[in-house]
Design a protein around this ligand. Structure first.
Ligand SMILES: Cc1ncc(COP(=O)(O)O)c(C=O)c1O
Length: 364
């Protein structure tokens, strides 16, 4: 299996990734919403370019480091979904604006707004702002609708800042793998957003953008009628979590980690050369830290940094020899990609090249 590749390494099925990109673009177009993919999953201008060529309007990034990589690659329409706090961040935002990037930023506090105002004062470049709303994930975001209204009013009145609307992230929607429960939560999310939009309208603060993040809500887009924009990231490759959440099927998982069996210490245990430093440590899901392709009978039950412990589900013996290669679909693909400098590209099982992951590790 890909004998010329040293392991552990990422292998991306280019055709599957392209199909995922095209399907999401078609879905967004059908429903009349803007698709602004989150680059946090692939962290690579190569894939951002393919997304742009297939219906994406602008990019979403989390951190300034990602924004800078995408700016160097020529992406000049960016939404930053992370609070920018402190003079060091303000200086980097200034550079980004002066380099010609049209920037929109999520804001959930007057401190965040003050940073943007200071940056405008020294650049003269207007900045778009979306109020980040907490719809249930309980991470960043304003929870109380009245507080959303007052922050929106403050943004509307701020010199040099364009109030654009609201943004949220439905990360909490997939904390169950029950399809009906997920759909129910997405409907509730939609109800919350539409009520908030109505209150903003009543206050003369019309939200021209209502942006919802996440692959799970994007997969159930017909339930999310209030959103004007979606920001899925994981959909490009998918992973065990998106499959478990009914947002994808195995055949739509475009990325796997190629590993080698390096030890067979016992009848029911094999060790692969990929641990938490290769796969990340999300999970387990259904008792496994990843899905072993073509081996439904085995699980990746434990990991240390450089070792993965593979065992059969029911205590049977393992039909694996030292030197065998296994492909593992990560539970959560985004942290996995972030651990690697490059990924191999494959088409119909043949290697066709490799792509650098330029923004990997850029957490600042
Ligand atoms: C603010 C924001 N928007 C969009 C996304 C993309 O979500 P997903 O990876 O589920 O597609 C994320 C993911 O963490 C996020 O934090």
């Amino acid at each position: 299996m890909y004998e010329t590749l040293d392991t552990p390494t990422l292998v991306i099925d280019e055709e599957k990734a392209l199909r995922n990109i095209q399907q999401m673009a078609a879905k967004a177009q059908d429903q009349g919403v803007v698709l602004r993919p989150h680059t946090k999953t692939h962290k690579s201008p190569y894939f951002a370019q393919i997304q742009s060529a297939h219906g994406a309007e602008g990019l979403m990034v989390a951190k300034l480091g990602e924004a800078e990589v995408m700016r160097r690659a020529g992406f000049l329409d960016q939404s930053i979904g992370y609070p920018l706090i402190g003079p060091l961040k303000e200086a980097r935002l200034r550079d980004l604006l002066l380099a010609g990037v049209r920037v929109r930023i999520s804001v959930d506090s007057l401190d965040g707004l003050a940073s943007l105002k200071r940056v405008f004062q020294t650049t003269g470049v207007r900045i778009g702002a979306l109020i980040e709303v907490d719809t249930g994930m309980h991470r960043c975001g304003v929870e109380d609708p009245s507080a959303v209204l007052s922050l929106a009013q403050a943004v509307e009145e701020a010199d040099g800042i364009d109030y654009l609307g609201i943004t949220c992230f439905g990360g909490h929607l997939a904390s169950t793998y029950d399809k009906d429960a997920i759909v129910g939560r997405i409907r509730e999310e939609d109800r919350l957003l539409s009520e908030l939009a109505r209150r903003l309208d009543d206050a003369g603060l019309h939200a021209s953008i209502i942006s919802e993040g996440g692959t799970i809500p994007a997969a159930f887009l017909d339930e999310l009628r209030t959103a004007t924009e979606i920001r899925p990231g994981t959909y490009i490759f998918n992973d065990v979590a998106t499959v478990a959440s009914h947002a994808a099927i195995w055949d739509e998982c475009a990325l796997a980690v190629l590993t080698t069996v390096v030890s067979r210490p016992s009848r029911e245990r094999a060790i692969i050369d990929a641990g938490s430093k290769t796969l990340g440590l999300d999970g387990p899901i259904n008792g496994s830290y990843g899905w072993v392709v073509d081996h439904p009978e085995i699980r990746l039950t434990r990991m240390s940094e450089e070792h993965g412990i593979v065992q059969p589900v029911d205590g049977r013996s393992l039909d694996l020899a030292i030197g065998d290669r296994l492909l593992i679909i990560p539970n959560h693909v985004c942290p996995t990609v972030n651990l690697h400098d490059f990924a191999a590209l494959a088409r119909q099982g043949q290697l066709v090249g490799e792509v650098p992951i330029e923004a990997r590790g850029l957490v600042q």
